[in-house]
Ligand binder design. Structure first.
Ligand SMILES: [Zn+2]
Length: 292
């Protein structure tokens, strides 16, 4: 059903119009998580042929120096630091793809789990758990056998060696320490998640961390202040939209591609028209406020 939907959408010409009219003079940031390596070559090649791929750091330099960017500039980002990201490295090298991966600093290099990926049973409670105070969420997760500092048999995140090998090809940035929902954290916890993540990534891998991707795209003005206080210069959301040289660097817009499983889905989602329609429908049903 999904496949037919995306095929129809693709050939409706709507994504093409979006690319040429909306994305042409904007900077699009795409969000992936754990793109399957078997789709990597086709995904990267198609994006490279239809957009101008730039690195996040190139965009930040352009903003700071007022340098204009090529038409249809597009930035590829991956959240979390999933173990499967390592399988993308040969394609990143072969096709020279600039990529930013946002790491949970205290999960990568360990056998700790991403809380939302810990077990199948937990997945059905996932949305609810994002909406409760952080301390309550951590208590509730114990029922599912999850504790954030516990190491498990299977590994979900990139290893230290993989990060070391990838770092000359990949821009690694921060996604907090343990992936809490920042607005659900008290101030001390939010400050620690934001600041310590940067410190650990810089200490452990010799990285230069200047950007945070807010877990689940959830943030408040307080979290932006904490990010500034910790020394970041940029914060990335999953708010719908496109960017230019004047977009607030702590509220950069991003389009979720959600590890598209077919070319039809990729083309439709990368254009932003799918997210645009979802946004329209959401507004129609909930005409009130944007939640942060
Ligand atoms: Zn995440």
């Amino acid at each position: 059903m999904n496949n037919i939907y995306f095929k129809l959408m693709r050939y409706s010409g709507f994504p093409l119009l979006f690319r040429e009219w909306v994305q042409r003079n904007k900077v699009t940031i795409l969000m992936f998580h754990d793109l399957d390596a078997k789709n990597a070559a086709s995904t990267f090649l198609w994006l490279k042929q239809n957009y101008h791929l730039i690195g996040l750091q190139e965009y930040l330099d352009a903003v700071q120096n007022g340098i204009s960017l090529p038409k249809k500039s597009l930035i590829l980002t991956f959240d979390d630091g999933h173990a499967g990201n390592y399988q993308l490295l040969p394609f990143i090298k072969q096709y020279q793809i600039p990529v930013t991966i946002f790491l949970c600093s205290d999960i990568v290099g360990t056998h700790r789990h991403f809380w939302f990926k810990h077990s199948k049973e937990l997945k059905s409670n996932h949305q609810h758990l994002k909406k409760i105070p952080n301390a309550e969420r951590l208590e509730a997760l114990k029922v599912f056998g999850y504790e954030q500092t516990q190491e498990y048999e299977d590994r979900q995140a990139l290893t230290n060696d993989e990060i070391e090998e990838m770092k000359s090809w990949v821009d690694f940035q921060s996604h907090t320490c343990f992936h809490p929902c920042l607005p659900q954290c008290d101030e001390a916890t939010a400050r620690e998640e934001i600041a310590v993540s940067k410190q650990h990534l810089e200490r452990d891998y010799g990285l230069r961390i200047n950007t945070i991707s807010y877990p689940n795209g959830d943030y408040t003005d307080r979290d932006i202040c904490l990010a500034k206080e910790a020394g970041y210069i940029c914060g990335i959301t999953v708010d719908y939209g496109f960017n230019d040289l004047h977009t607030d660097l702590f509220q950069l817009k991003r389009i979720s591609v959600n590890d598209a499983r077919s070319m039809d889905e990729l083309i439709v989602k990368a254009s932003g028209c799918y997210a645009f329609m979802k946004q329209l429908l959401k507004r129609k049903h909930q005409p009130i406020v944007k939640q942060k």
